[in-house]
Design a protein around this ligand. Sequence first.
Ligand code: VGL
Ligand code: ZN
Length: 210
Amino acid sequence: MRPSSDVLLVVDVQYDFMPGGALAVPFGDEVVAPINRLAKGFSHVVLTQDWHPADHASFAVNHPGSKPFARTHMPYGEQVLWPSHCVQGTRGAQLHEGLSIPQARMLIRKGHHREVDSYSAFVEADRETPTGLTGYLRETGVKRVFCCGLATDFCVAWSALDARACGFQSFVIEEASRPIDLDGSLEAAWLQFNDMGIENLEVDEVLSMA
Ligand code: VGL
Ligand code: ZN
């Protein structure tokens, strides 16, 4: 069992990101088994849940004349317009019930401010508004963050990069993540991981780490 200074961050394993969901990630359901295997090695697990109001500014439907996956400009920068997904209180927003992580301590809900998206579990897309996760991890003595879930190139990527930027050692477990891969977003994410010194580890490597 890993010490409490190692946290497993399980990002957005929710029905709307599963095959058939509102914003389906290809093969998204394949993350459940490796995440459960990983979680057996961690005493400290944090989950995230994308959690939008129905009138959220990241939804194409709230921009008349725009189609899903188009890009628009928000006061904080470029924003992809998504199909409506993970609406607060809906089935699509629920965590996959195949997750078997009873020891999970903390659940961060993100993307709840109508005007601002939040891919990252740490800081919203305005790059100013904290979710509170940095403080929680610092106060609980975390040093290393192991990121997995959905999607590799959006919420996992932004979370892993922010973990590093906040001073934690940060890893991505690609084997326990799946990408959306929109216009080169996956390749861009790996370039940024390399720049920031974020390594990809396999599940078995994590479980056997010192
Ligand atoms: C995500 C797009 C919009 C994700 C969330 O979990 O990667 N992507 N909202
Ligand atoms: Zn979202």
